[in-house]
Write a protein that binds this ligand. Structure first.
Ligand SMILES: NC(=O)c1ccc[n+]([C@@H]2O[C@H](COP(=O)([O-])OP(=O)(O)OC[C@H]3O[C@@H](n4cnc5c(N)ncnc54)[C@H](OP(=O)(O)O)[C@@H]3O)[C@@H](O)[C@H]2O)c1
Length: 363
């Protein structure tokens, strides 16, 4: 993707997995409306004028939810039971022309076995976006969970990230190949530089990532934890605009300078630790606000992120929470609610993770 100034974030409401009154099969409908990229799945030249909605036309090629080989009975967890609680996940169009579901599942701190179960369960509910990383040491579990789910690979948006010790061109190639092997796939939808390092060698890694895109093994490349000056350094060295910048954001830490620089560059903002790792869930302002809206605090906060256009992937290994978080896709906040949540920003004091300017090669 060549630099051509700021890109608008295009969003469209799409249907997720779940029974539908029009007789279409749930996951097939999702595929038809949400995850088909706006250009060829084989990595062909992107459509110069990407469309934001793929018409829901047959033939439908995905397996219906009812046939998903899940460790859990899928009937228990069908989204949209009786057409009442239909889950709607917005798709955001990246600057590469591909669509990313705005709500997914994070996997940080999951063991491989937890990742396997959680990913399979989330996919059985209708999640179609999974975020992992080499650093999490659970890519095998994520791959196994995808396989267990029976959801076709092409219907899932899968992200992994380059670990800090792997910033050398040959290491990027070797470890990326290992990631594919562990994930049980021949491509990833998104590959990110996990952290910019003090040594500043992310530019060399980026060039290898561009090669991997050209080889069809990665659909979109992006960055994570990039401050405005890292984005500027990358822009000076490459014409490829990152598809996303994945940064810490939650009600206590808005990370405003990084958000502004990311959006100005034409990249989509992904918010990591959207629940501040659970810290916001007992907040004295959020608790009554959520109750008044008739949702949980987690749903309120996730809806706040999505209202701002951010992509989120809350992590949980608990089925009821995975389900609860997914239902946030149905929550729409009004301007007063958004303003009340905005007021909770503590600036730098709200940051829970490391400052990107302090990250060493080893972690
Ligand atoms: N790029 C980066 O540097 C970076 C850094 C951090 C995270 N990430 C990505 O972002 C994802 C999300 O961030 P995160 O995992 O740090 O934090 P998070 O999603 O903000 O919070 C996860 C924590 O909240 C709990 N939780 C989740 N949903 C809940 C609910 N509905 N009710 C009560 N508790 C709930 C989880 O507990 P249980 O699991 O016990 O339910 C877990 O302890 C990660 O998993 C990872 O994929 C990226």
């Amino acid at each position: 993707m060549h630099r051509a100034g700021p890109y608008p974030v295009r969003r469209v409401r799409v249907g997720a997995c779940g029974p539908h009154t029009d007789g279409t099969t749930p996951s097939a409908r999702y595929h038809a409306t949400a995850l088909a990229p706006t250009h060829s799945a084989q990595g062909a030249t992107p459509d110069a004028t990407p469309k934001t909605r793929v018409p829901p036309t047959p033939p439908l090629v995905s397996a219906p939810c009812e046939t998903i080989r899940s460790p859990r009975p899928p009937q228990r967890d069908r989204a949209g039971e009786n057409g009442k609680n239909r889950r709607m996940v917005t798709a955001v169009t990246l600057n590469t022309g591909y669509s990313i579901p705005q709500l997914g599942l994070g996997t940080y701190k999951m063991s491989p076995e937890e990742a396997r179960r959680s990913v399979a369960y989330a996919l059985s509910l209708g999640y179609r976006h999974i975020d992992t990383a080499q650093m999490y040491h659970n890519e095998e579990g994520v791959g196994a969970g995808i396989k267990d789910s029976g959801v076709p690979r092409k219907d899932i948006f899968l992200t992994t990230k380059l670990d800090n010790p792997n910033h050398a061109p040959e290491r990027v190639r070797e470890t990326f190949a290992e990631s594919l092997e562990k994930l049980g796939t021949d491509y990833v939808d998104l590959f990110l530089i996990h952290w910019p390092l003090l040594t500043g060698d992310f530019v060399d890694s980026w060039k290898v990532m561009e090669e991997l895109v050209a080889r069809g093994q990665i659909r979109s490349i992006g960055v994570s934890n990039f401050e405005p000056h890292h984005l500027a350094e990358l822009a000076a060295a490459s014409s490829t605009v990152p598809a996303v910048n994945q940064i810490e954001i939650h009600p206590y830490f808005h990370n405003s300078a990084a958000v502004e620089a990311t959006e100005a560059a034409g990249a989509v903002v992904e918010a990591w630790s959207p629940l501040a790792r659970g810290l916001v869930l007992d907040d004295a302002v959020l608790t009554p606000l959520a109750a008044a809206h008739g949702v949980t605090v987690s749903q309120l906060v996730l809806a706040w992120h999505m209202a701002k256009g951010y992509v989120v992937f809350p992590k949980s290994t608990h089925e009821e929470r995975i389900k609860e978080n997914f239902a946030a896709a149905n929550v729409t906040l009004n301007a007063e609610e958004i303003t009340a949540i905005d007021a909770l920003d503590k600036g730098e004091a709200g940051r829970t993770g490391m400052h990107p300017d302090t990250m060493q090669r080893r972690h």
